[in-house]
Design a protein around this ligand. Structure first.
Ligand code: CA
Length: 314
């Protein structure tokens, strides 16, 4: 079996940071690059956060590419106050990391996605954990690649539970409704890891204390970043029992879909109210190109998450 190649498309905030660590630890795929998105923070900040975190983890061979700076239907982007409250002013829990020694690649995120689709095709997995703007732009620039990319596993959307921005809309989808709708409909194989399952996988300070016990600098950094997020969840009354492992769960499902129950359903994003629901025009199509994660054994995933994190933070 050829090793799968993975691209993470990240608006690097707190749970994105965990997704980077998880992807580096996962033996099932090689992380070949990180493309940067706006969302939890500005795209430039997200890109620098990714570079810094890769250095903390000693993964300085993973290139980072700059993506689109705003949605496909707007001219600019400002980080929402709620995002700053949840992820910190700098996106990574206000933990100050040294400036990255490496620079961003000259190639754009869109061109790297296109090139990788042609190079790796069926063996390529893309995991977007922010808005789907970069992927939509890549699909538009090269209309062949949607049929080449083997697997797209997104963190975003909500099928069986309410949204977290409006009663219908999840935050990543909300950033660019048109791009999300376009990608859902064009993708050959898109798995939606949404709030239906991510809100079931909560991490607490009991687990981050286990990271601290490793005694390494990187374990302390990652524990500090995630503890900020746990405190934000508590103080903002989002959840007092822990903080959701949104983005690392998407990476987990991308390399091991058996972690969740997948419902085959061709989906759309309604561009008026941002719902991720079945697409009536494709409902009877015998070929399903979207799969929604609707159930999970949370403890099973948490065990896997801790196994990988303890490995990569040692
Ligand atoms: Ca994210």
């Amino acid at each position: 079996m050829a090793t799968k190649k993975m691209i993470l498309d990240l608006d690097t905030g707190v749970d994105d940071a965990m997704a980077i660590a998880y992807a580096l630890a996962a033996p099932e795929a090689d992380l070949i690059g990180i493309t940067s998105a706006y969302g939890n923070t500005l795209v430039d900040t997200a890109a620098q956060n990714s570079l810094k975190l890769l250095e903390v983890l000693g993964a300085t061979d993973v290139p980072v590419f700059l993506g689109e700076s705003h949605s496909s239907t707007s001219d600019s982007f400002q980080t929402m106050e709620i995002s700053k409250a949840i992820h910190g002013q700098n996106g990574i829990g206000d933990v100050e990391l040294p400036l990255a020694e490496r620079a961003l690649e000259n190639k754009s995120a869109v061109d790297f996605i296109i090139e990788s689709a042609h190079n790796f095709g069926e063996d390529l997995i893309i995991v977007p954990t922010g808005p789907l703007t970069n992927l939509a732009a890549a699909f538009e620039k090269d209309p062949e690649i949607n049929k080449l990319i083997g697997n797209i596993t997104i963190m975003g959307g909500a099928l069986t539970v309410p949204g977290n921005v409006t009663p219908y809309t999840e935050a990543n989808i909300n950033q660019d409704l048109a791009a999300a709708d376009f990608v859902f409909k064009k993708a050959k194989n898109l798995v939606m890891v949404g709030l239906d399952v991510t809100l079931q996988t909560l991490l607490t300070k009991k687990e981050t204390a286990q990271w601290r016990q490793l005694g390494t600098k990187k374990a302390q950094v990652f524990a500090d970043i995630f503890d900020y997020y746990i405190d934000a969840y508590y103080n903002l009354d989002i959840n007092k029992d822990g903080a959701a492992l949104h983005d690392p769960l998407a990476v987990g499902v991308a390399v091991d879909p058996d972690l969740v129950t997948l419902l085959p359903i061709n989906m759309q994003v309604t561009t008026d109210d941002g719902r991720t629901i079945g697409d009536l025009s494709r409902l009877k199509d015998p070929v399903k190109n979207n799969f929604a994660a609707v159930a999970i054994d949370p403890q099973n995933y948490l065990d896997r998450f801790m196994e990988y994190m303890l490995k990569v933070l040692s």
